[in-house]
Design a protein. Structure first.
Length: 429
């Protein structure tokens, strides 16, 4: 695709990078078939190719974006399915990040949207604030239909994601290896996951310790920056990245392990966000399933043969290009893994997309739930807390993180959410 940026624009590294990204696009359109918003809406401006053209025009012109440009950029899930399909290697993630930052700096949104976009990172990036908001949400569950009637769809969407209960997970410290020690890893504590699904951290610590690793939950770290990045708040995201790099600088781990796929994608981009300062973290960042595939699972002591539908989070399969490892690990641990039809399509979670674009997100969720139901599996495994919260309300089968299943198979407790499934199996025998 041709570009016509001015010399002054190209002197800015962000514009120079975007110009190079745009020029790689040859307009072939292969990406359209795998783009969830194009599949749903059939509008070229909601396809990757259409958005690249739209972003080119918006950035070249500079200044205030049009309402249409904002609408079509906002509808993008940042799922990066287009990067998996693109034969020309277009770094669409870089381009959409630049577009969002440009809109954030130059477009005056209506005040309710502005308020929501400030409130989301304020609440979601601090586990204590999020836990307090969830407690409030639990007591306000009955208000969801009212919010929908009052056209306060984002608030109704938020309430739908609130878990019935959640305990606080273990805090900072070093949890020693329980088998022959092989090394030390930092486990990113995250901000949304410990509040929404604290059992995931517990399972990951047990599993990694059983695999021979001391597990460090580090003092002073915070949100990885993904939520701010999704909202176009690039400076805020950069500051969060910097804080984490400093918090981990003295620890010299073998790996920095994440259990939320979206956070892993963000950590792996620290070199891009921070330059030299972020290289060390980016090189050591591993999704927990990627890490276990590299170092090997602890011995399997409990083979259940349970039928599991593996839902591949976009941030894992497209963002980190980890397509096969998670399902293979589950199969190695004795589960009957079922592939989900249309597995490349996003479930609609996509960071805070399900709050900002609840209508499209719900359509994607229902499509995903129908595809999962077709597998006939009794359990669903999804390696990202956002996906877990998004799809669980639309499914009869319980949704767990793969590390909960791997922990169980290697000697850990059975995930509580599976009690119902196991009881039903026993009755059927
Ligand atoms: S990131 Fe996802 S929603 Fe956005 S253009 Fe690419 S495929 Fe479409
Ligand atoms: S597949 Fe790649 S090169 Fe082809 S239109 Fe899409 S982004 Fe452009």
């Amino acid at each position: 695709m041709r570009t016509d940026f001015t010399k002054a624009q190209l002197a800015d590294p962000d514009y120079a990078e975007s110009a190079s990204t745009i020029r790689k696009c040859v307009h072939c359109g292969f990406c359209t078939a795998t783009c969830p918003t194009y599949v749903l809406l059939g509008d070229e401006r909601d396809s990757p190719r259409g958005r690249i053209e739209l972003i080119r025009a918006m950035l070249e012109r500079g200044g205030r974006p049009t309402k249409a440009e904002v609408t079509h950029v906002d509808r993008c899930l940042s799922c990066l399915a287009c990067t998996t399909t693109c034969p020309s290697g277009v770094d669409y993630g870089q381009l959409i990040g630049h577009a969002r930052a440009h809109i954030e700096a130059n477009y005056p949104r209506p005040w309710p949207q502005r308020l929501l976009r400030v409130a989301l990172p304020y609440i979601l990036t601090r586990p204590r604030r999020l836990r307090a908001a969830l407690a409030l949400g639990r007591s306000a569950q009955g208000l969801e239909p009212w919010f929908r009637r009052l056209r306060l769809a984002p608030l109704a969407a938020l309430l739908r994601l609130v878990p019935a209960s959640a305990k606080a997970p273990r805090g900072v410290g070093t949890y020693p290896a329980v088998e022959a020690r092989r090394g030390r890893v930092i486990l990113l504590q995250g901000c949304v996951e410990p509040a929404m699904a604290p059992q995931v951290r517990e399972a990951a610590v047990r599993l990694l310790a059983r695999a021979g690793y001391d597990v460090v939950l580090a003092e002073g770290e915070g949100c990885c920056g993904a939520i701010s990045e999704h909202l176009g708040r690039a400076d805020e995201a950069r500051e969060m990245a910097r804080r984490n790099v400093l918090a981990w600088a003295h620890l010299a781990p073998d790996a920095i392990v994440t259990t939320a796929a979206g956070c892993g994608t963000t950590l792996k981009a620290y070199a891009h966000v921070l330059g030299e300062e972020g290289v060390h973290v980016a090189a050591r960042a591993r999704d927990v399933l990627e890490f276990l595939a590299e170092v090997g699972l602890p011995p399997i002591v409990n083979v259940t043969g349970l039928a599991v539908a593996y839902h591949a989070p976009c941030s894992l399969q497209h963002g980190q290009k980890l397509g096969v490892q998670p399902a293979r690990l589950l199969a190695d641990a004795g589960f009957d893994v079922r592939a989900v039809p249309e597995g490349h399509l996003c479930c609609g979670s996509a960071g805070v997309y399900n709050i900002l674009q609840p209508e499209l997100a719900t359509r994607l969720r229902d499509r995903k739930a129908a595809n999962i139901a077709r597998t006939g599996a009794v359990v669903v495994a999804a390696g990202n807390v956002g996906c877990m919260a998004q799809i669980a309300p639309a499914l009869d089968a319980p949704v767990v993180h793969p590390v909960e299943l791997l922990d169980w198979a290697t000697g850990g407790p059975r995930p509580e959410t599976l009690d119902r499934v196991v009881r039903a199996r026993r009755r059927a025998r």
